[in-house]
Design a protein around this ligand. Structure first.
Ligand code: C2E
Ligand code: MG
Ligand code: MG
Ligand code: MG
Length: 277
């Protein structure tokens, strides 16, 4: 490990990131520039109703097309943004950009859809998070009912009480809350009861072989049933094949996302999907 004194105090980079320290410092500067120069773009992936096949919303996923390095995967630059604290600026850009796009679609006459945004632990733990979201919604003239915030279970496991308070404030505003990547963290069904959430997103690792791997199938079934007893809707991530969708339909899963319907696409291509219905 090598230790650095960064802007936000001590930062630790592990060798397994497979990057030299100098590369990371360089990339940090470039990410800072990318956020301010708006080199980032949002792609959108539809969320589909399992029964009707209709688009019920979308998830915004950030893309960074670096002018020299090419496409940098989110796993890499989100991790970097989290380690350097840049995630605060990045997250703010994401919410603003998603709201701006929704407003544009609304003005162009498209049916208003709910947009989901991924929120990092660092963002939700800041005590100004609720106010920031409220201000952006106000500035962009976006109804809170059209915003969905996806939070991973590990994020809410840190400072749980504080997080629940923030989540209650967001819910009171009319915002939808989703737990992302469910099943991959310190999952505890007890938290389903504790957290004021609307949607549970089952991680794609369970969905991918849910219809070939009996143990995964049982886990998915149990997750869906339990979520439903708490009045929580279930979204399956990573649906790539028709068989997976059929399995989910039999299990009364509510919504799904995945390459089977569509990959995340640029806004202009998402428009085509909205037109086609
Ligand atoms: P996530 O929020 O769980 O998003 C789902 C990921 O699965 C996306 O990867 C999406 O492209 C991919 N995916 C969707 N359907 C399928 C499928 O059928 N098969 C497979 N194999 N993959 C599928 P992506 O866009 O590379 O994003 C990776 C992760 O990076 C996201 O996972 C999220 O945790 C994070 N991320 C992306 N954008 C943002 C952002 O703006 N803010 C924050 N905090 N995190 C972000
Ligand atoms: Mg997500
Ligand atoms: Mg996920
Ligand atoms: Mg994820």
């Amino acid at each position: 490990y090598c230790k650095v004194n960064g802007r936000n105090g001590k930062l630790f980079y592990s060798k397994k990131m497979n990057q030299t320290y100098n590369d990371l410092i360089l990339l940090e500067g470039e990410l800072r520039r990318a956020i301010s120069k708006e080199e980032l773009t949002l792609y959108y992936q539809p969320k589909i109703d399992v029964v009707t096949g209709e688009i019920i919303g979308m998830e915004a996923l950030t893309r960074w097309f670096h002018p020299e390095r090419g496409d940098i995967p989110p796993q890499k630059f989100i991790a970097l943004a989290e380690e350097t604290g840049l995630i605060i600026q990045l997250g703010e850009w994401v919410i603003k950009e998603a709201c701006r796009q929704q407003k544009q679609w609304k003005e162009a006459g498209y049916k208003q859809q709910r947009v989901a945004i991924n929120v990092s632990a660092l963002e939700i733990q800041r005590n100004d998070f609720t106010e920031k979201v409220r201000r952006i919604l106000h500035e962009t003239d976006m109804p809170p009912e059209c915003l969905d915030l996806e939070i991973t279970e590990n994020s809410v496991m840190q400072n749980t009480e504080e997080c629940i308070k923030t989540m209650n404030e967001l819910r009171a505003m009319g915002i939808t809350l989703s737990i992302d990547d469910f099943g991959t963290g310190y999952s505890s069904f007890g938290y389903l009861r504790k957290f004021p959430i609307n949607h549970l997103k089952i991680d794609q690792s369970f969905i991918r072989d849910a219809y070939t791997e009996p143990s995964n199938a049982e886990i998915v079934k149990a997750m869906i049933q339990l979520a439903h007893t708490f009045g929580v809707k279930v979204v399956a991530e990573g649906v790539e094949e028709r068989e997976a969708l059929e399995f989910l339909r039999n299990q009364k899963c509510d919504y799904y996302q995945g390459y089977y319907y569509s990959r995340p696409v640029p806004a202009i291509e998402f428009e085509d999907m909205l037109v086609r219905g």
